[in-house]
Design a protein around this ligand. Structure first.
Ligand code: CMP
Length: 142
């Protein structure tokens, strides 16, 4: 299997609800290791830049408002097939459709306040990791 890195963000509803540890525990129990981490409150500009591909979507304003409403935990996760593994652990974007035991089923409130973000491909992961971290901030764990 391929060792990969992916970007994970624990969103403001989950930092507010004190679920950072519960979510990281799910990653660690399933073979993903943290290779870099930052706890931060995003500026409007930083959040807009991160979600630029959604700029024309009707929910873009709501998404940026939510992502800047409180602190986020931004992490690089590393492991075998980390991109797909992280998406499996997160569950469907809309928690109403998420499988039992997934992070979004356990902790998300709505499609907007859905607890976590995860890169959707290896290419996105590379862009998203570079958006938040310098090369030297990321430690190889394998
Ligand atoms: P995320 O994985 O962070 O990527 C884009 C985000 O847009 C997504 O999770 C959702 O939180 C958000 N999103 C998608 N669809 C909607 C929607 N219909 N209303 C509000 N937010 C949405």
């Amino acid at each position: 299997m391929a060792n990969e890195k992916t970007l994970s963000i624990i969103k403001p509803n989950s930092t507010l609800d004190n679920n950072i540890g519960n979510i990281i525990s799910i990653f660690e129990k399933n073979g993903l290791r943290i290779s870099a981490a930052r706890f931060a409150k995003l500026s409007k500009e930083k959040a807009e830049g991160f979600y630029i591909e959604h700029k024309e979507r009707p929910f873009f304003g709501e998404l940026v408002t939510f992502m800047t409403s409180g602190p986020v935990m931004i992490m690089v996760l590393e492991g075998d097939n980390a991109v797909a593994k992280n998406r499996e652990l997160m569950g469907a974007t809309n928690p109403a459709n998420a499988a039992p035991g997934t992070i979004r089923k356990l902790y998300a409130k709505s499609v907007g306040e859905n607890s976590v973000h995860g890169s959707d491909s290896v290419t996105s992961a590379e862009r998203e990791i570079a958006y938040f971290f310098e090369k030297n901030d990321v430690v190889n764990r394998f």
